[in-house]
Design a protein around this ligand. Structure first.
Ligand code: ATP
Length: 827
């Protein structure tokens, strides 16, 4: 069968060839995806290729022969070849100066510049060709919209070229259109092969060898418009750009008491608009999936904004998705919204269209990590592909990288568009991921000031809210959500300043809707936080719980908050006041709360790390041959260092979990020497090593730096840098803000449910069952409330971290992509 065709090949040493292309609109993170596919391919013993200019490159293929230099390189042993830089590529593509494809132009390589790549679109690349690509926006290998590929003749040519170049597997990175194209090529493949055989363009042997197309999709699109995956590559960066813009607009809008209408990208998908609304705190959003409920839409919008102005708000932000429309599919445009705001509400209104600024710029941490993990998995999927399996798209749910049948993803995505077209908006919403619906709900609860959600008096609760431990990005967004959720339901949000100490001093305030308005964008902890645990005065605290008549407790913080919850839960038997439902939302840059894959603040912190390391790397590269040892925070938990290494392209990483010893150090020195030796003279770049502050008491950052300096000799020099508190990261990232909103909504519903159960009993008869003291956790693709006494079983209370970590593998992956020779499995 064709499954075994590969082993029947007449050239037994022939290695599998993997090609990657980027298609459709460019997005941040595409370069990282290409880098990961190229490197993972090489490290698994394949030959890696890139297809320039998307499907158009596939259709055009190679008409010119290999350059002499490249021919010479092909005779090198594979481990040398893999590393070798393809001169042509580095010159013409990696700096964005390659020949561009013009619509309708013949061969675009006619100019001098394009020299060595003239007539070549399917190009073998080496390890060093993709060096430094992770931190760059756009796509270096080019993207295009190919009309030819939409035709059967175009796809026939593409198939022929793939077979001619001996490509065994193809990775396509693009949006829903591009993946539809990929799915089409996949489904037509057997026919195309038969056609090529019939016309004599390929022989029987080729037809047998390539009877099955191995193809994998990576979703690269700023819109996040692909069904069955939470995030697309490029969406987090686009969201970051939008939130930066809105944060900036916010301050000027408030100064002049103005209204701003912000138009963001998203033709069929309101994800960017909705998420920007949630994380930047807009007053109103227009998205294609859910047009305003009542007609005319102008009234509904004005109602909401009028309410906001009436409670004293000085500014108005309305976000309009590019593809927004009313229930009859009449477009709702920013200019029209502006007219309404000016004429009806008499607001001084301006329109800001963000346009292509949303696509560009340096990728955020998530758009480095996600494409890297997915690119590696794409290669694995190609290697494991069999004719009986479907072709996959690589997606993600919460924290789990998933393989989803490409057909399903494409069909479901098209179904959303069809539902909108048919004006069946409920169906469109239902077809989007459940998360989308949760965000719509969250936005409505926190933004509309609608009194319709109020519960009857006897069901209204007094909810205590407090921060614990070190500040982390998203804490304030979580608090804002909690406060507004409470107000919309008629509960009293009682915010405790300065943690448990503050409660003992009766430092409790009831915050208003307006007071927390700007809190999404604020770093640090607005309520004030400290590490004091409740056991300083349990009796005193129990009295305060009673005195303030708390019905529920919401704690936002790191390992301390978890410890505090444990103390309170265990004290329930002595102090009945603690029998109220309590929930802890993990927020810590160390990400050391057991069981949860993420805490609030992690994403902000990784972004700060990436920013700092980009700057450090630039300096390191400028002085050539330099190794920077960068020290990170994180306590006894290696999360930031390990995942940070993947996000920054660090070649080595040290974590407390694995520790450091002489043997590993010696091996690491050997690796670095070997790595620098492979570089062309004078063309080395700087390299990064990340070291968590607590990785070893003996092998300090300074000692390691000195060892490397001594051992590096003529090959490399070393320096150190400590990132310290900069990792708390200033302004919280949109991902942290949005995660804060979503998880807080769930926490509030959890508290409400349990508190209402307890309200059936008189206070002295209320018993807190174990599941009413819980931590909200993200575990793989699930969100789970875990009772605190179950959490303890997964905690190393002494080292203040979980017993198991999901990111241990990240260290190996980072080192693999760093070219760690002993991990690279060449045949
Ligand atoms: P974005 O969402 O960022 O715009 P996209 O991948 O959806 O990206 P498109 O312009 O829709 O962008 O598609 C890119 C290319 O994919 C097209 O130019 C075409 O070559 C190919 N393609 C799209 N749809 C199909 C299809 N139905 N059949 C064959 N090829 C297609």
């Amino acid at each position: 069968s064709s499954h075994h065709a590969f082993t029947n090949t007449p050239e037994p040493e022939r290695r599998m060839r993997i090609a990657v292309l980027t298609s459709g609109g460019d997005s941040a993170g595409m370069n990282a995806a290409v880098r990961a596919v190229v490197k993972a391919g090489i490290s698994k013993g394949c030959e890696s290729y890139v297809v320039r200019e998307g499907y158009e490159g596939l259709v055009r293929g190679n008409t010119a022969p290999l350059t002499p230099r490249r021919v010479a390189q092909r005779h090198l042993p594979p481990e040398r070849l893999a590393r070798f830089s393809n001169e042509a590529l580095v010159k013409n593509l990696s700096f964005g100066e390659g020949p561009a494809l013009k619509e309708g132009a013949g061969d675009a390589d006619d100019d001098e510049e394009g020299g060595t790549l003239k007539g070549r679109y399917i190009v073998q690349v080496g390890w060093d060709d993709v060096r430094g690509w992770m931190g760059e926006g756009g796509t270096f290998i080019g993207s295009a919209r190919s009309a030819t590929f939409r035709t059967p003749e175009g796809r026939l040519k593409a198939a022929h070229n793939l077979i001619k170049e001996g490509i065994d597997g193809l990775v396509v990175c693009g949006g829903d259109g591009s993946l539809t194209g990929a799915d089409r090529l996949r489904s037509e493949w057997p026919e195309l092969v038969q056609q090529l055989l019939a016309s004599g363009e390929i022989n029987e042997h080729q037809a047998a060898l390539y009877s099955h197309l191995k193809i994998v999709g990576l979703v690269g699109s700023i819109d996040n418009d692909m069904a069955l995956t939470d995030l697309t590559i490029g969406a987090p960066t686009a969201l970051q750009r939008i939130c930066e813009a809105i944060d900036n607009i916010n301050s000027t809008a408030a100064s002049h008491s103005r209204a701003f209408v912000v138009e963001v990208m998203g033709r069929h998908c309101g994800w960017l608009a909705l998420m920007a609304g949630v994380s930047a705190g807009a007053d109103y959003v227009f998205i294609p999936e859910q047009p305003p409920k009542s007609e005319p839409w102008e009234e509904e919008m004005c109602e909401v904004i009028k309410r906001h102005r009436e409670v004293g708000k000085r500014k108005t932000i309305v976000i309009v998705a590019e593809g927004a429309h009313d229930r009859d599919l009449n477009p709702i445009k920013a200019e029209k919204v502006k007219e309404v705001l000016s004429n009806v509400l008499k607001l001084d209104t301006r329109v800001t269209t963000l346009g292509h600024t949303q696509r560009g710029g340096r990728p955020v941490a998530m758009d480095r990590i996600l494409p890297t993990l997915q690119g590696i998995d794409a290669v694995n999927a190609l290697l494991e592909a069999t004719p009986s399996q479907p072709s996959y798209m690589i997606g993600i749910r919460e924290n789990k990288i998933l393989r989803i049948p490409l057909v399903d993803a494409v069909q479901q995505t098209q179904a959303v568009a069809a539902a909108i077209e048919a004006r069946d908006f409920a169906k469109a919403m239902g077809l989007r991921d459940p998360e989308f619906d949760q965000f719509v709900h969250a936005f409505n609860m926190t933004s509309t000031l609608d009194k319709g959600n109020r519960l009857p008096k006897e069901k209204r609760l007094r909810v205590a809210i407090l921060h614990m431990g070190a500040p982390a990005g998203g804490m304030n967004a979580a608090t804002r959500t909690a406060v507004r959720y409470c107000l919309s339901k008629g509960h009293k949000p009682l915010c405790i300043n300065n943690g448990f100490k503050g409660l003992l001093d009766d430092n409790v305030v009831e915050l208003s809707w307006l007071k927390v308005d700007n809190w999404t964008a604020r770093g640090g902890s607005e309520l004030g936080t400290n590490r004091t645990l409740p056991d300083i005065d349990l009796g005193g605290l129990a009295t305060k719980f009673q005195q303030h008549q708390f019905d529920a407790l919401f704690m936002i913080g790191g390992f301390e908050a978890f410890s505090a919850l444990l103390i309170l839960e265990r004290a329930r038997k002595d102090y009945p006041a603690f029998n109220l439902p309590m929930v802890h939302l993990p927020a810590t840059i160390s990400n050391n709360v057991p069981l949860t894959d993420f805490s609030l603040g992690c994403d902000t912190s990784l972004n700060a790390l990436v920013d700092a390391c980009d700057a450090i790397r630039q300096s390191a590269s400028a002085s050539r041959n330099r190794v920077f040892v960068v020290e990170t925070q994180g306590g006894q938990c290696g999360y930031i260092a390990a995942v940070g290494a993947l996000a920054t392209g660090a070649v080595l990483v040290y974590t407390p979990e694995q520790g450091i010893n002489l043997d590993t150090l010696r091996a690491d020195v050997r690796f670095l020497k070997a790595r620098f030796m492979l570089d062309e003279k004078g063309k080395s770049e700087g390299r990064l090593i990340l070291r968590n502050e607590k990785s070893s008491d003996v092998y300090s950052t300074e000692l390691i730096t000195n060892i490397l300096k001594e051992e590096g000799g003529d090959l490399f020099d070393s320096r150190s840098a400590s990132l310290g508190h900069t990792l708390q990261g200033g302004i919280p990232s949109p991902i942290d803000r949005a995660r804060a909103v979503r998880l807080t909504m769930m926490c509030m519903e959890f508290l409400e449910r349990h508190a209402h159960e307890q309200l059936q009993y008189p206070p002295h008869r209320r018993r807190g069952t174990r599941d009413t003291a819980a931590v909200i956790t993200i575990q793989g693709s699930m969100i789970k409330f875990v009772p605190v006494d179950e959490m303890v079983q997964h905690a190393d209370m002494k080292k203040r971290r979980g017993k198991h970590t999901w990111w241990e593998g990240m260290k190996d992956l980072a080192e693999l992509l760093g070219g760690r020779t002993d991990l690279v499995a060449h045949k």
